[in-house]
Design a protein around this ligand. Structure first.
Ligand code: PHE
Length: 508
C-alpha cells in the first residue's frame, strides 16, 4: 500500500467521523484543512480508489442590486397599481407616477407589466395618457409568484434552483430577464469512503500516533528514543508562494540603467513639469510648431507660467529663432514671444532635461542619461499611452562624431539583447544630421523603431555657450519592454494584473 500524505490521512479520518460521507465544506469544517488541501487529497484518494467523489451541479439564485431594491420597495408595477387604487382606479399616468413616488426611469417597465399582468390598461384621453384599473379586479391584486419569490430571496439570501418546485422555473427565468436575480453555477462534491478506504483506516490511525515534530521536550526528556518518528514525504506538494517582487517594467528599467552605467554614463533627472522654453524653444522648435498644440501637449492650468532662465540665454534663444543670431542660420523669421516660452507643460520628451543640463554643464566631457516619464496628449489604445517612459542619452566632447553615436547606440542596444540595429536618415528640429535607429527582432521577424538621434544643431548649442559637438538620442522604453515580456497591448503593462505580475519571472 502506498504511503498516505498527512492531508489524505486527515481527510479519511474526517470522512469516517462523518459516517463515511461528507461534502467538501463539511470536511473543511471538521478537519480544519484548507479548501485546496482537501481538493488535492480528494483527487489522490479517489485515484487510489479510497474514496468516491459524487459531483452535483447546483444553480444558486441570488438577488441582483436592482432585485434587492425591488424586494424592499415592491416591484414598480405594484407601486403603480397601489397608487392607482388609491386615486380611485382611474388617473393620468403622470398623477399615478407622482402618487407612487416612482422614479421616472422605471415607468416604461412598470406600464408594460401592468398590462401583462392585466392589472390596468393605458388609454389616451384628450392628449393625456390615462391609467384605468382592470374592471374585473376587486381591490389590490394579491401578491403574485414573482413577488413572493423576491421576498423569499430577500429573507433567505439565496435559493438553489434544483431544489425549488418545478413550477417556479418560468418565474425565475422572467426575473432573470428582468435582471432582478442572478444565477451562478456551482459544482458540489461529496466524498464517500470506499471499501478500500475503510480498510486503510486502522493503518492511518497507527501512523497518526507517530510523532511528526521533534520538540525540545522530546529531546531533553530523551523520549525521542522511544517514540516513532514519522518519515518526511519530500514529494508532498507545498503551497504556492508568491514572493514580493519588482514590477516587470521596473526590472527592465533597471536593465537599461545598468547598460548605461556599464558604458560610463551618469544618470540625471529633471522635473516632470517644464517651461515650454526648455521643452521646445531651447531645442529650436518654432513657437508655431504643431507639436506644441494642445492636442499633443498637456499644458498646466494652474500655475500657468514658470520662470525663464538667465537673460543672456533667453536673448540668445530669441535672436536665434528670429534671425539665426551668430549661428550662421537664418532662424525661423518670426517675432519670438517670451510669454509663449514661459508656459508650463508636462514634458513631452526628456530632451528638455538634457539640454537644460548641458546649459549648466558646458565643460567637456559630458556623458549623461535619463530613463524617465514623459507625457503626450494621446488617445489611449493598444499602441499609445499618455504617460510613458523615455530613454535618453547625450555625449558632449571635443572630437565626437556621428560614428561615435552610431557605435555607442549599437553597443547600448546590444546590451539589451538587440543584435541587429540599423540607422536611417530622419528629421528633428534640433539635430543635424538626424537619424533614426531600428532593430530587427528575429523572433517576430520584424523591425521595431528604437529611437531618434542626431548631433545638436548650432542653433541649439550656441545660445548656451556649448562649444563642442553633442551627440544625442532618445526613444521609447515601453516598446522594448513589450518585446521582452511578450505583451502586445501597451496598456497591459500598467494594468497591474496580479496573475501576469506573478507569472513573469524574477530573473531573465
Ligand atoms: N526627443 C526625440 C523624441 O522624443 C528623440 C531625440 C532625442 C531625437 C535626441 C534626437 C536627439 O522622439
Amino acid at each position: 500500500m502506498s504511503e498516505l500524505r498527512e492531508n489524505e490521512q486527515k481527510t479519511l479520518l474526517t470522512l469516517e467521523k462523518l459516517g463515511g460521507k461528507g461534502h467538501i465544506d463539511q470536511i473543511i469544517e471538521v478537519s480544519g484543512l484548507a479548501h485546496a488541501a482537501v481538493m488535492r487529497a480528494a483527487l489522490s484518494l479517489s485515484t487510489a480508489n479510497r474514496i468516491q467523489v459524487h459531483e452535483t451541479r447546483q444553480t444558486i439564485i441570488t438577488l441582483s442590486k436592482e432585485g434587492k431594491y425591488y424586494a424592499k420597495k415592491g416591484l414598480p408595477e405594484r407601486r403603480l397599481i397601489h397608487a392607482l387604487i388609491k386615486l380611485g382606479g382611474a388617473a393620468t399616468v403622470k398623477e399615478t407616477l407622482r402618487e407612487a413616488k416612482l422614479e421616472k426611469k422605471f415607468l416604461t417597465i412598470a406600464l408594460g407589466w401592468l398590462h401583462r399582468k392585466r392589472w390596468a390598461t393605458v388609454e389616451r384621453m384628450d392628449d393625456k395618457r390615462v391609467l384605468l384599473l382592470n374592471p374585473s379586479m376587486r381591490g389590490e391584486p394579491p401578491l403574485e409568484i414573482d413577488e413572493k419569490l423576491l421576498s423569499r430571496l430577500n429573507v433567505e439570501d439565496h435559493l438553489i434552483a434544483e431544489k425549488l418546485e418545478k413550477d417556479l422555473e418560468g418565474t425565475i427565468s422572467v426575473l432573470k430577464k428582468r435582471k432582478l436575480v442572478e444565477t451562478d453555477e456551482k459544482t458540489l462534491r461529496e466524498l464517500e469512503l470506499t471499501k478500500v478506504g475503510y480498510a486503510d483506516l486502522p493503518m492511518v490511525l497507527r501512523v497518526k500516533k507517530q510523532i511528526s515534530q521533534l520538540t525540545p521536550e522530546l529531546i531533553i526528556s530523551k523520549k525521542w528514543r522511544k517514540v516513532k518518528l514519522r518519515k518526511f514525504d519530500v514529494t508532498a506538494p507545498g503551497p504556492v508562494v508568491y514572493p514580493g517582487k519588482i514590477h516587470p517594467v521596473q526590472e527592465i528599467i533597471q536593465m537599461v540603467r545598468e547598460a548605461f552605467l556599464e558604458m560610463g554614463f551618469t544618470e540625471i533627472r529633471g522635473s516632470i513639469v517644464q517651461t515650454a522654453f526648455w521643452n521646445f524653444d531651447a531645442l529650436f522648435q518654432p513657437q508655431d510648431h504643431p507639436a506644441r498644440e494642445m492636442m499633443d501637449t498637456f499644458y498646466l492650468a494652474q500655475p500657468k507660467e514658470g520662470k525663464l532662465p538667465r537673460k543672456n540665454f533667453v536673448d540668445a534663444v530669441a535672436k536665434t529663432h528670429e534671425n539665426g543670431w551668430i549661428t550662421g542660420s537664418r532662424g525661423w523669421q518670426y517675432k519670438w514671444n517670451p510669454q509663449e516660452a514661459k508656459r508650463l507643460i508636462m514634458r513631452t520628451h526628456t530632451t528638455a532635461v538634457t539640454i537644460h543640463y548641458l546649459a549648466e554643464h558646458r565643460k567637456p566631457p559630458v556623458k549623461v542619461f535619463s530613463v524617465d516619464r514623459i507625457y503626450r496628449n494621446e488617445r489611449l489604445d493598444y499602441k499609445h499611452l499618455a504617460e510613458l517612459y523615455q530613454i535618453e542619452g547625450i555625449i558632449m566632447d571635443r572630437n565626437v562624431t556621428l560614428r561615435d553615436l552610431i557605435g555607442t547606440l549599437k553597443e547600448f542596444y546590444l546590451k539589451l539583447g538587440l543584435k541587429r540595429v540599423e540607422f536611417w536618415p530622419s528629421y528633428f528640429p534640433y539635430t543635424e544630421p538626424s537619424a533614426q535607429a531600428t532593430a530587427y527582432v528575429p523572433e517576430l521577424k520584424t523591425w521595431i523603431e528604437l529611437c531618434g538621434m542626431g548631433i545638436f544643431r548650432p542653433e541649439v548649442v550656441q545660445p548656451f555657450g556649448i562649444k563642442y559637438p553633442v551627440l544625442a538620442w532618445g526613444g521609447g522604453l515601453e516598446r522594448l519592454v513589450m518585446l521582452k515580456l511578450g505583451v502586445d497591448d501597451i496598456r497591459f503593462l500598467y494594468k497591474n494584473d496580479l496573475g501576469w505580475i506573478r507569472r513573469s519571472p524574477v530573473c531573465r
